[in-house]
Design a protein around this ligand. Structure first.
Ligand code: PLP
Length: 428
């Protein structure tokens, strides 16, 4: 019998390219039919066939309090009653700016936008406007949204200019983007030695979460900080994923390294569209209307979205919030690793705050090359076994996972029972 998910997907594919509004949702990497969800509550999601799942995607990061958190829902409803959008300043935006600049060490001024993509795209333009330089540096396997200049992969040689990773990006645009291997300190030093004076900015995920979870090796972020400072380049930490996910002060607080600009998204919108970029006042003052770098948005600082973000940020500031979240996530990783090893499956896992990586390899990868060398076929079988057992993992071996404050003993128990059976099946 054709399931309702299959029927909906079949119909969607006729009207929406690939049947989805963002490619990874199509399950191309893991195969099978995407699950259509109709409801979320706490750590759980319900699909169109009324099956329920423990959710480890959390809308790709924002849902740190779990789904439909009563305080967030109440804040959204109250804000909506007062008007959906004004396209004019509001006190709530100021409250958000005060909250963000108060918590993140690198933020002196901040501007709100509506997505992570807008935040990184604007930060890059600002860095270029501030320095008067064109070249930008990114790292292989890091994702910073889908602006043209960031959809670039490494060229063939060590120091070649980038090549577009998407059709529709002109080679001339990609040529300004240099891509280096993540965690490769020597490559960073060589590039700066060769052309430090031409580099407008370095953009990096301070903990990479778009090639599974990869931690920065000791000295990597420090080298970026030193070399950018020495050459007058702007260091951008893309904390769209890590911001308020790995801790209250972001990855910059965890590592004690202050970027010049920070980009944010996901958690700061609590599930509604909010992004932000901010940093040193001297740089931010280059933005219109004060300076020559143009940037704008009809719905920027939208009152309903900001209300959801503020309600979320209020909750995460409760004492012990991140300790509890990190503890739950670490216990989940430990449980999964023990279960895998009981069944002789090559597996490792690690987490930072409420963000985790699971790897079908003996130890966590430290680079894009190592990430893609993990056993993807095994991940796909594991993914489907878990899905069948009511556990929703990211439908790709190269995505980080997320735990929310609503995940408790019941959810961990359900997950680890499912994992025990999934790992047992992998051995057979
Ligand atoms: N930067 C990072 C690190 C991300 O993980 C993402 C999205 O996953 C983005 C930027 C883009 O954000 P958005 O999807 O909100 O445009």
């Amino acid at each position: 019998m054709t399931s309702r998910n299959e029927i909906l997907f079949e119909r969607s594919q006729r009207l929406i390219p690939g049947g989805v509004n963002s490619p990874v949702r199509a399950f191309r990497s893991v195969g099978g039919t995407p699950v259509f969800f109709k409801r979320g509550q706490g750590a759980w999601l319900w699909d169109e066939e009324d099956r329920r799942y423990v959710d480890y995607v959390g809308s790709w990061g924002p849902m740190i309090l779990g789904h439909a958190h009563p305080e967030v829902v109440a804040a959204v409803c109250a804000a909506a009653q007062e008007g959906l959008s004004f396209g004019a300043p509001t006190a709530r935006e100021l409250e958000m700016a005060e909250c963000l600049t108060g918590l993140l060490p690198g933020l002196e001024e901040v501007r709100l936008v509506s997505s992570g993509t807008e935040a990184t795209m604007s930060a890059i333009r600002l860095a270029r406007g501030f320095t008067g330089r064109a070249k930008i540096v990114k790292f292989e396997g890091c994702y910073h949204g889908h602006a043209d200049s960031l959809l670039v992969k490494a060229g063939s040689g060590a120091l070649t200019f980038g090549q577009p990773s998407s059709a529709g990006v002109p080679p001339e645009t990609a040529a300004h983007t240099l891509t280096l291997p993540y965690n490769d300190i020597d490559a960073v030093n060589r590039l700066f030695d060769q052309m430090g004076g031409e580099i407008a900015c370095v953009i990096v995920e301070p903990i990479a979460g778009n090639m599974n979870l990869i931690l920065p090796l000791p000295g990597f972020l420090e080298t970026l900080r030193e070399r950018c400072s020495a050459h007058g380049a702007v260091l951008i930490f893309d904390e769209v994923m890590t911001g308020f996910r790995v801790g209250l002060t972001g990855a910059q607080g965890l590592f004690g390294i202050q970027p010049d600009l920070t980009t944010l998204g996901k958690v700061i919108g609590g599930g509604l569209p909010v992004g932000a970029f901010g940093g040193r006042q001297e740089i931010m003052e280059q933005l219109a209307p004060n300076g020559p770098v143009y940037q704008a948005g009809t719905l920027s600082g939208n009152p309903v979205a900001v209300a959801a973000g503020l309600a979320t940020l209020n909750r995460v500031q409760e004492p012990g919030f991140y300790d509890r979240l990190a503890d739950t996530t670490a216990r989940l990783m430990q449980g999964l690793t023990e279960a895998a090893h009981r069944h002789g499956v090559g597996f490792s896992a690690q987490s930072v705050g409420g963000m985790f990586g699971i790897y079908f390899s003996a130890r966590p990868p430290a680079s894009y090359g190592e990430a893609v060398a993990c056993d993807r076929e095994r991940f796909n079988r594991f993914f489907h076994a878990m899905l069948d057992a009511g556990v929703y993992l990211a439908p790709s071996a190269f995505e980080a996972g997320f735990v929310s404050a609503a995940h408790g003993e019941a959810e961990l128990g359900h997950t680890l029972e499912a994992a025990e059976r999934a790992f047992a099946a992998l051995r057979e």
